[in-house]
Design a protein around this ligand. Structure first.
Ligand code: FMN
Length: 176
């Protein structure tokens, strides 16, 4: 089995249904994967660059797991990437530490699928960053329509979607 690092970018998993359930499934079904719960590790947003870079060095497959916030990644994951993907580490003439590592983007949205013409367009910054770092972008796994506004009425439905999301993500990982 390859070394897998799942970076959870949710800003507060205590207030999550979809991402929490997806991560629970992944923890059960990929027991050897390392799950990086950024909200638990860095509630103050003070990220340990050294520790995070060590985790990246060990990983062969890196998964970004997050809820879409403002058509992008949550601030915590954005900050993690800004600080950890350092010039000379991940990119630049001497920065090749992420070279040939695989990256998968795994995300949930509040809006339904019909609201997105092509959600992959919103992933272009991640794809371009991966290219700059000589990483291989494998693909995305998306679950639409799991808004926090409907969780009281549709909690069960969201959990089922989350299990299906974990199935698709594990299949993508297994095919790498
Ligand atoms: C600050 C904020 C911004 C959001 N922006 C978007 C958005 O741009 N597009 C979208 O489809 N959903 C958006 N949502 C909805 C979240 O993506 C949705 O609630 C989340 O995927 C549910 O996952 P969770 O149960 O793990 O929190 C936003 C939610 C918050 C709190």
């Amino acid at each position: 089995m390859k070394n897998i690092l799942i970076v959870s970018g949710h800003t507060n998993l205590n207030n999550s249904v979809a991402n929490k359930k997806i991560l629970e499934e992944l923890r059960k079904r990929l027991p050897n994967a390392e799950i990086d719960y950024l909200d638990k590790l860095y509630p103050d947003y003070r990220i340990s660059v050294e520790k995070e870079q060590e985790k990246l060095l060990k990983a062969e497959i890196i998964v970004f797991q997050y809820p879409v916030f403002w058509y992008s990644m949550p601030s915590l994951l954005e900050k993690w990437m800004e600080e950890v993907f350092q010039h000379g580490f991940s990119h630049g003439s001497t920065g090749d530490k992420l070279k040939n590592k695989k990256i998968i983007v795994s995300l949930t949205t509040g809006a339904p699928k019909e609201a997105y013409n092509n959600i992959d367009d919103f992933l272009n910054p991640i794809k371009a960053s991966a290219k700059l770092c000589q990483m291989e972008y494998i693909g995305s796994v998306v679950t639409y329509g799991v808004s926090y506004q409907i969780r009281n009425d549709k909690g069960k439905e969201i959990e089922e979607k989350a299990i299906n999301h974990a199935d698709r993500l594990i299949e993508m990982i297994n095919n790498v």
